[in-house]
Design a protein. Sequence first.
Length: 392
Amino acid sequence: MTGSITKYSITGSKRARWRYRIYTGKDETGRKLYEGRGGFGKEGEARTAMQDAMKEISQRTMPAPAPQRTLGEWAQQWLDTYALDRCQPKTLERYRQLAAYVLTAVDGSPAPLAQISLPDLTHQPLEAALFALLMAQGKRRKHISARTVRHVAGFLNVALNKAFRLELIHVNPMLRVELPRVEKADARSLTPDEIRKLRDACRGDWTFALVEMALATAARRGELLALQWADLDWKSGVLTISKSLEQTRAGLRVKRPKNGKTRPCQLPQSALVALRFHKEQQQEHRRLYAADYKELDLIFCEPNGDHHQPDLISQVIVRRMRKAGIEDASMHSLRHTHASHLISNGVPLTAVSARLGHADANVTARIYSHALPADDQRAADTWDTIVNGPVQ
């Protein structure tokens, strides 16, 4: 905004006058717009009036400040934009569930925490809301677990980190939030006796090959249900795990494995024998369904060749475990069983980690550190040998 002051005279008067003119921009047609006023007896009066007019015009044309976003509004924006672009559908579903724990009241209205504006958000209400969740009713449990509360905190932390990078907040208040402790529990694995009982409970059933493969490969449920016969090299016995079946609210989808990498897995002879018998059964299903059979080349599928529903498969396996007298175990326990027994029997940690599809061996070591009691005794015996010499 610019202005000018000019001197002018009035006919019939010997006294000069002063006026100002302020350029205020252009209209829709491109015509220049001015505002001004005259009749001032002195140049200083005109200048003072022009400065006051400029302030008034600036305040009049200044855009209204944008309303401050609340935590609930920002969380929804983050879910609908940044998370939608970066997260897998299943992960996005989980984030929406976690957000609802603290941002939505029982009646569906915004919770008190969700109504706090981002600039006013501090760690105190965040911490209070998270600890209050520990007493909230869970879907399958009496109370929401500390692990779930920490997952909610993780969601809030990621969303507020983005707000910090966009300079919507000066600091991420989650950095000062103290989280509830989670009691670490060892991964549940089956004993050799339980393995035998489970195999006996599944023998002669379509679940036998699935359980055998889960035990022999430590493949995740989704990875097993996405396997195709083309992934198996019968001659070498190598199975290539390159995809995973995911169950979302929108339906089933095939995606890359959890770490995004393809991995080969050498099958033991027991698994190959189970697969040969399984394939014979599948050929009979193909014959019975004839033209109605879905040719998806799946190793594990419904009798009509279609994909299994992952959650239903887990329920079936748990029922087989109960039939075998095995409690407090799930289908994922078969993966833990494979890893725990291999580590306990001296298979290198790097080899076990590769079979599990972990990002690195440190992840494997952290999860299965409990699987080394025999190794600990072996270490003590080895040290005795070093100190005292070999036993004669």
